[in-house]
Design a protein around this ligand. Structure first.
Ligand code: 6LW
Length: 511
């Protein structure tokens, strides 16, 4: 019956809070982006398995005032919902750093997306659903906790009924991330609870009308990996979609922890796909999220990943390039030195927001990044970033190459050597640690971290190259740094102008 097997996650790296809709044979999916701009990565797929990023929903200043006011890591844009209704695409979202909840719409998913219409509701994780009379319902997680519902006019943002409390889960903490669906004769309310860490869960209730009364499913939580030894953890924050063949699927976030006691995750919360069945009483049933599973029926539509090497020959940055807090005009250029990305420093340090940084998500546990960097008279290099207090970098400037590690309040130059003037090859390799199943303690008394990051002068893939420094990756994990994002590896300038002739990201076992 099934032709193909897919592997989870279907979108790897920091791509949390997925929301999905189908129009004909096409699926569209959005994720949270927090402090990164452009905001809300938007993906297209024909089979729910292969996803191509076709843009970002919020890609211009009139949609997103920049820098995000009062920006901080893991602030900014929280969980979005995408729906198709009345011939238009709708995305509803929260900017927790300013403005709150808003709706944007587009005729075509590639955009342009409208400027925001602000909704007079306080809370996060908004959803949109339309009833048979055309009324639009917005479920959201209210400011006092609990799932609330209001009727709104999405064209004006006006609240026309409510908000009122609705079903808030089976009693676990943080009931949130609601999605409301009309399926058959029922309204279903799917929510997350248990918190977005190891206790994360998906639960469901149903009612005959959005106004209730709601009845929780007897089998709640519908899905959780809490307390299991499964390789996929933190499963929750789900959205449902029906395939053209009638089968039902769930997209959700999960993480893949590594290392020992405690294990930690470094790639952020990723997007997973899992099948949904319905029992004879009309409740959805979901098995634990598989690492591999027969794909949704129908044709297989692989997509082209972006090329490993970006030569910066175009006039626009590809949509997967993101920047924390802002990417001001004048801080970067693809035309000043054709064939290079030139970054102009806007701040002197990676320790406080305001610096110039263009990066991409780390999407594989093992990977290699190399860039040809001309620091000129400036200073810059390659940084692996979790937030302002958790980042490692290899940088060139002042006739030197340095490896710097910032972990919490401590910052240390861990390697330093002189370097010839002119363009330099700088590299970073990330290697997953071998697990030591017999004992969580190694002989030197340290537990195994999730991975090792090595920083190189020269091409790490070329013979004879030596790392300048190797660092334990656990300090660039979400469990250590806290927050909602994952590692982003990027180019930066903290002094003068730095030119990047190319940047290569290769998913590969490190050398
Ligand atoms: C998201 C909410 C959550 O809006 O984290 O822990 C927020 N739960 O559902 C960011 O993903």
């Amino acid at each position: 019956m099934f032709d193909h097997t897919y592997e989870n996650p279907v979108i790897s790296g920091f791509h949390p809070d997925p929301s999905v809709c189908r129009v004909g044979d096409d699926y569209y999916l959005v994720c949270s982006s927090f402090e990164y701009v452009p905001g809300l990565p938007l993906f297209h797929s024909r089979d729910l398995v292969h996803w191509e990023q076709i843009g970002n929903v919020l890609d211009r200043p009139s949609q997103l005032p920049l820098p995000l006011p009062g920006s901080k890591a893991s602030g900014g844009l929280y969980a979005p919902t995408i729906r198709h209704h009345d011939g238009r695409f709708w995305v509803v979202n929260t900017n927790v750093d300013g403005g709150g909840n808003f709706v944007v719409t587009a005729e075509r998913p590639e955009g342009p997306w409208s400027d925001p219409v602000w909704i007079g509701l306080e809370g996060i994780d908004p959803d949109l659903a339309w009833d048979e009379d055309g009324a639009c319902w917005c479920a959201f997680s209210g400011p006092a906790g609990g799932v609330n519902l209001a009727r709104i006019n999405p064209a004006t943002g006006a609240v026309t009924e409510g908000p009122f409390p609705t079903w808030s889960g089976s009693g676990l903490k943080y009931p949130e991330a609601p999605h409301l669906y009309r399926i058959g004769d029922w309204w279903y309310l799917l929510i997350a609870e248990g918190g977005t860490e190891r206790g994360h869960a998906v639960s469901v209730a149903r009612a005959r009308s959005p106004r209730g009364p709601w009845e929780g499913a007897p089998g709640n939580p519908l899905l959780t990996h809490s307390g299991t030894g499964r390789p996929i953890q933190n499963t929750g924050h789900a959205d449902l979609v029906q395939a053209p063949d009638g089968s039902w699927w769930m997209v959700l976030l999960g993480v893949r922890p590594r290392g020992f006691t405690p294990d930690v995750h470094v790639l952020g919360r990723e997007t997973f796909l899992t099948p949904v069945e319905w029992d004879e009483d009309g409740w959805p049933v979901v098995a634990p999220v598989p690492e591999r599973h027969p794909a949704p029926g129908g044709a297989w539509h692989p997509v082209q990943d972006p090329p490993a090497r970006d030569d910066f020959d175009g006039t626009a940055l590809a949509p997967h390039w993101i920047s924390p807090f802002a990417r001001p005009e004048g801080s970067w250029s693809l035309t000043e030195r054709p064939g290079s990305l030139v970054l102009h420093a806007t701040g002197p340090t990676l320790d406080t927001p305001g610096y110039t940084f263009v990066g991409r998500r780390q999407q594989h546990h093992d990977c290699r990044v190399t860039a040809l960097v001309d620091p000129g008279t400036g200073r810059g290099g390659i940084c692996v970033r979790l937030d302002e207090a958790h980042h490692y970098e290899v940088e060139a400037g002042d006739g030197e190459v340095r490896v710097v590690a910032r972990i919490g309040p401590l910052s240390q130059t861990v390697a330093q050597r002189s370097a010839p003037p002119g363009p330099l090859l700088l590299g970073v390799t990330v290697r997953t640690s071998d697990l030591v199943p017999a004992s969580p303690l190694l002989t030197d008394g340290h537990t195994t971290g999730p991975d090792t990051l090595a920083f190189w002068l020269g091409d790490p893939a070329a013979p004879g190259a030596h790392p300048l420094a190797e660092l334990d990756g656990r300090y660039l994990s979400t469990e250590v740094a806290a927050g909602f994002t994952g590692r982003v590896i990027g180019m930066y300038a903290t002094e003068g102008s730095v030119a990047f002739d190319w940047f290569e990201y290769v998913p590969a076992p490190a050398v």
